[in-house]
Design a protein around this ligand. Structure first.
Ligand code: HEM
Length: 89
């Protein structure tokens, strides 16, 4: 029995590179913080009796982006199956 010394190419196949999917996941994660901050700003504005409309839209923008990036993340595991088990992340 021979012992094979690991090569650099082994490492690159064992550990997935930082892919497009990774950045979408990161985008979704940080958008969730932006959305949370916007919701808090909304609650504070409402508590002060503010009728400024743009504070409301402030939360809608990250929410819309969360929806699209979230749907993308949702589809990923199924896309993985459709592609015959090839990794999607
Ligand atoms: C608007 C519709 C949204 C959809 C369709 C959606 C969908 C998803 C999906 C499919 C995942 C991946 C789950 C997995 O690991 O397989 C995910 C992760 C996550 N979502 Fe959402 N999401 C939405 C909104 C939100 C909101 C409003 C928040 C918080 C304010 C949020 C916070 C997160 C976080 C923190 C993760 C984990 C990200 C990571 O793995 O680093 N999402 N979401």
């Amino acid at each position: 029995m021979t012992t094979r010394i690991p090569t650099a190419s082994d490492a690159s196949t064992a550990q997935a590179p930082r892919t497009w999917n990774h950045w979408i996941r990161l985008f979704h994660r940080w958008l969730s913080i932006a959305f949370t901050v916007a919701v808090i700003a909304n609650v504070v504005a409402m508590a002060k009796g503010s009728t400024v409309v743009w504070v409301g839209f402030l939360a809608l923008i990250p929410l819309a982006m969360l929806l699209f990036s979230g749907l993308y993340l949702f589809v990923l595991p199924y896309a993985h199956k459709w592609r015959g088990g090839r990794r999607t992340d």
